[in-house]
Design a protein around this ligand. Structure first.
Ligand code: HMH
Length: 212
C-alpha cells in the first residue's frame, strides 16, 4: 500500500513523466510553440486557476490547524497569480472571458469532486497538482523569452519549497490513513497525472492543422 508521496512517484514514473514532459513544454523550450497554442494554454490555465483557488479554499476548510500556515501562503500566492494572469492576457491581447474547453472542464469538475474525499486524499491531490507544474516548467531545462517568466512562476526556489511542504502535509496524514483512504489517494494521484497530460495536449492541439 502506498504510504508516501515519494512512493507514488517511484511506482508510477512513466505516468508522471508523461504528465510533466509534454511536447508542449518542449516546444516552449525550443521557442517553437505557436502563439495560438500558448495563448490557448494561458486562457485555459487562468480558468483552471480560478477553480483551483476554490479547491484550495475547500482544502483549507478541512485541514488541521497546523497546516493553515502553508495553505494560507498558497492562497496568497494564488491571489497574485490570478492578477498576473490578467496582466499577461492584456500583454498578449487575449480575452480571458472565454469558455472552458472540455478538458479544462473535466479537470475543474474533478477538483470540485475532491471535496467529498477524506482530507488525506485532498492533500495528496493538492500536492500532485502543484508538483506537476513545479516539475513540468523546469524539467526540460531553461526556457527562452517570453516563456522564461512562466517557467519561473512555477519553477522558482520558493515554489519548490512550498511543494515540499505540501508533500510533508500529505505524507503526515497518509501515514495514519486507512488502507482504503491510501488507495483513494493513489487513485487521485493517477487522475491528476492523466488530467495534466490531457491539459497540455489540449493546448498543443490548438496548433494550425498541419502542425499537429
Ligand atoms: C493545469 N495544473 C494546471 N495548471 C496549474 N496552474 C497548476 C497545475 C498549478 O500548479
Amino acid at each position: 500500500m502506498t504510504k508516501t508521496c515519494k512512493q507514488l512517484l517511484q511506482n508510477y514514473t512513466q505516468v508522471w513523466d508523461e504528465a510533466t514532459t509534454h511536447p508542449f513544454l518542449e516546444r516552449c523550450r525550443l521557442g517553437t510553440i505557436q502563439p495560438k497554442q500558448f495563448n490557448t494554454w494561458v486562457v485555459q490555465d487562468y480558468l483552471f486557476v480560478v477553480d483551483f483557488t476554490r479547491m484550495v479554499g475547500r482544502v483549507l476548510a478541512v485541514a488541521p490547524l497546523d497546516h493553515f500556515d502553508v495553505i494560507l501562503g498558497g492562497l496568497s500566492a494564488l491571489k497574485d497569480e490570478l492578477n498576473w494572469f490578467k496582466e499577461k492576457a492584456v500583454e498578449r491581447q487575449i480575452d480571458l472571458d472565454t469558455q472552458k474547453q472540455p478538458t479544462c472542464t473535466e479537470y475543474c469538475d474533478y477538483m470540485y469532486s475532491l471535496a467529498a474525499m477524506p482530507y488525506p486524499v485532498q492533500a495528496t491531490a493538492f500536492w500532485a497538482i502543484e508538483l506537476a507544474y513545479n516539475q513540468g516548467w523546469q524539467l526540460l531545462g531553461v526556457m527562452p523569452k517570453p516563456y522564461a517568466e512562466f517557467a519561473d512562476r512555477w519553477g522558482n526556489v520558493s515554489f519548490t519549497e512550498y511543494v515540499k511542504l505540501l508533500e510533508r502535509h500529505a505524507d503526515e496524514v497518509l501515514q495514519t490513513a486507512s488502507e482504503s483512504v491510501q488507495r483513494q489517494a493513489e487513485v487521485a494521484f493517477l487522475k491528476v497525472a492523466e488530467l495534466e497530460k490531457d491539459f497540455w495536449q489540449m493546448a498543443f492541439n490548438a496548433a494550425q492543422e498541419k502542425e499537429k
